[in-house]
Design a protein around this ligand. Sequence first.
Ligand code: ADP
Length: 262
Amino acid sequence: AEEQLRQSQKMEAVGQLTGGLAHDFNNLLAGISGSLELMNARIGQGRLQDVEKYMVAAQGATRRAAALTHRLLAFSRRQTLDPKATDVNALVGGMIELIQRTVGPSVRIDTVFLPDLWPALVDPSQLENALLNLCINARDAMPDGGRITIETGNRRIDGQAARRQDMPEGEYLSLAVSDTGTGMPPEVIAKAFDPFFTTKPLGQGTGLGLSMIYGFAKQSGGQVRIHSEEGEGTTVSIYLPRHRGRAEADETPAENRLHPVA
Ligand code: ADP
């Protein structure tokens, strides 16, 4: 519970962080503007060697500003949720081709679908984003290839377990993505949900994937858990609340089913 509190505080700190980024961005703009002014002055004085120096400085600042914008954009892609009854098995099944293309041929993808999976109450496009993100992380942890296993399940969570996991008692679907990659040391697990925490080289990781998945899962009334062993691999499990009532597909009049609009 203490850990969970820490996480939600971290999520609240995101606002401050983005404010910090805006501040950094402004500083970079000031630097670019200053370089341009100096270039203008030196051109007037005919000192062209100096002009090149200021141009390089301005270009560097521009690149850093673009990288900042990229991080902000990635973050603001968090949309408001539009939850509906969702067949998670079908959603995963429909994404396998895209995932395989994204992770490349050196990664094998296995699926373990629970046949009588409950419908989930979740925003399907956000869940697709989350799944793709988890698979990209899994691939990044397996530079020499390996296996991704995507598994679905039904879970009743009550009493003790609910309190321990910081989620209301109830019935949940689980979507677990496992890999045979490097695994994560405890200090990385502890920070993995922090916005902008990344162990990847500059330009490769934004450090936003897991923090956005955390926000999405919590906002959906669910939870996300990491289980990882160094040298063995990692499993990230998303829990989503069970949808009560009939699945959306069942609510579609039979005559419309053969003619999907979208
Ligand atoms: P990013 O992928 O951009 O670094 P994330 O928030 O998705 O940002 O992940 C944060 C960090 O958690 C990663 O940099 C990596 O160190 C670690 N991580 C995430 N998923 C895995 C995984 N499947 N295996 C090993 N480490 C992982």
